[in-house]
Unconditional design. Sequence first.
Length: 263
Amino acid sequence: MVITPPPSLTVRIALFEYGCCRTPPAVGETVTGTLFAHPTASDRSPVRVTGWDRDRDLVTVDGGVARWEPTRGNPFDQTVGIWLSWHSDGLPGVEATATITRVGQIYLGTTADPGGETVRPAERVERFPEPLITPAGAFEPGGAVVTLTDLVLVEPTPQQITDYRAELEIARRTLHITAPPTYFGPTVAHRGDRIAVDLDNPAAQIRNRPPDIGGLVTGVIRQIDEAVPGPAGIIAYRRAPAGTPTSDITNDMFVVLVLDERS
């Protein structure tokens, strides 16, 4: 949903955002990205939080809107700032398109004052700026602070949020198991098959195991391969034909298993 934006909004852009793969921000250019709200220091571009939509993990700030991670607590109880990101990793955030009207290069900390900050106005920030040398010491580059105007903000839809939370729930129940082939049953199963495994069996190496789940559990196979050791410790994964007796497979097997909800 497109919302009515504020006349302008001051946001920060982390150094890695444009250091890896984007053009550094410059005055007069159009920029797009996702807005995220995070706790910040009181002297680092704070904004005024005026609303908190807990159902959609959004906060209203100075007339704009940004995503708020609920694990960070109550946004009204802390100082909040806004960051523009190009690395949302699938999070259903607030998409922004705007014109940059002001840019500042951020320099952070010195040995004597690690929490200090200096902002130098610029037409364009450098991708890899040198430290700023001052009488107090060297300040290391720490990203950019920009003022955005002509904003177009698009909130995530309820369906996007529902789908994302469903993906998180599936990820929470997804195990990566490496174990001797017979651990997974007498024959190689198909993708999509439901199998039972013993999470307490010491023969199995299990990643992403929920701490409160153990013993015999059931789940659906998302991936099933033979784990073939290679040079320099590299593991190659190859399909083991379904129906093959697991006793005939000499290498460990790797299975991605989504646990049933009752597990």
